[in-house]
Ligand binder design. Sequence first.
Ligand code: NAD
Length: 444
Amino acid sequence: MNVTVFGTGYVGLVQAAVLAEAGHKVFCIDIDEGKIEGLKKGLVPIYEPGLTQLVERNIATSNLQFTTDARTGVEHGEIIFIAVGTPPDEDGSADLRHVLAVARTIAEHMGEPKVVVNKSTVPVGTADKVREAIKSALDKRGLQDLPFNVVSNPEFLKEGSAVADCTRPDRIIIGTDSREAEEALRQLYAPFNRNHEKIMAMDVRSAELAKYAANCMLATKISFMNEMAEIADSVGADIEQVRQGIGSDPRIGYQFIYAGIGYGGSCFPKDVKALITTASKLGLAADILNSVEQRNHRQKHYLLDKIEAHFGDDLSGKTFALWGLAFKPNTDDMREAPSRVLMEQLWERGAKVQAFDPQAMEECQRIYGVRGDLQLCGTKESALAGADALIIATEWQQFKAIDIKAVTGGLKKPVIFDGRNLYDPKQLARDGIEYHCVGRPSRQ
Ligand code: NAD
């Protein structure tokens, strides 16, 4: 099928590449000219495992093309995806500016029926707004009889495994009341629906809400475990053992119940906030979601409290090695990353940071520029050199097996603040390392 995707971010680019790989003819459009020029040469601006190879392969077959020319894109696609950002507005609700701009652009150039598919995460009722925006632009062009459909097809990929998630989705939600549009999307996604039925057709509003409900549920699991971790800390229990104890109950399950230093990224924080705002505009009290958000804010200061308890609140003259900048492993994304709160708080208290991340160093440089209290180090070992303690903010695989000699040899004194509970406290105690982690007794 001929497909057009507006927005070449984590969602748009990955979805476009995966659809192209399945044999569809895909045009990607972005307003960022630099990005499009790079993509035409196969330069993928984000780190996502497997994405570069996929993009290169499909550029070579011409299944995947890039342009900033909206007319070309709109004319090409029988199905047109909107996959642009929906950042938080001032009041916390999702800012639909980019989504509605794309809707108007589509209407400006369309001359035949189209299925417009909303992949961005948008509040309930947005499909109606997109429909109205297209309708009124078509009216102005004298094309009031030109038919089109607006479908909600929320995206559930996870950054870090986005290609795999889009290639083998758990479910594909199609929100529409049009049989025709549903059929078009069933045909589009047929290559991803062969092993077992994954397509769930539902009404538009349920589809829109399902996306928020999913992210808010996941954020709730994290904040719940973080609350348990604080209690565990105070009563002398070990949250890792508690986790195993509750995960064995299939009603709870093992997934997504790790305590840590809070969720980040471009989705959970903004989506929780947006649903709280939606509820409050409806006069509803989002008690659970408000608590989830509050706990998450507090959790991002959890390690700092431990650092201050150890070193005092004046950290001038101290240097901290920081392993992990990305908000989670296998991505270079630092949006709302706990590492940022940590670094900024450390700098405020006069400390220096020597940081290492396998993928997010360039992104860190882009965000913070060159500054005297931040040194980006080429290896995790060089980040340790002469530091007063090691802080772990992201659970990258390469941090999980600790090299005791490198840590004790590199740091001034062997002290670790681990926000991801990567190591066995007893083992580290035997190795002479002072180990502070989340929701587990520190043994010295
Ligand atoms: P992103 O910020 O990485 O990319 C958005 C892209 O859209 C940018 O390249 C931007 O230049 C482009 N853009 C903006 N306005 C445009 C316009 N008028 N025409 C063409 N391009 C335009 O965003 P993302 O992370 O890919 O997220 C996109 C949407 O998908 C958001 O609503 C997000 O909540 C949702 N989502 C994200 C994820 C994720 O893990 N990142 C997962 C599921 C859903």
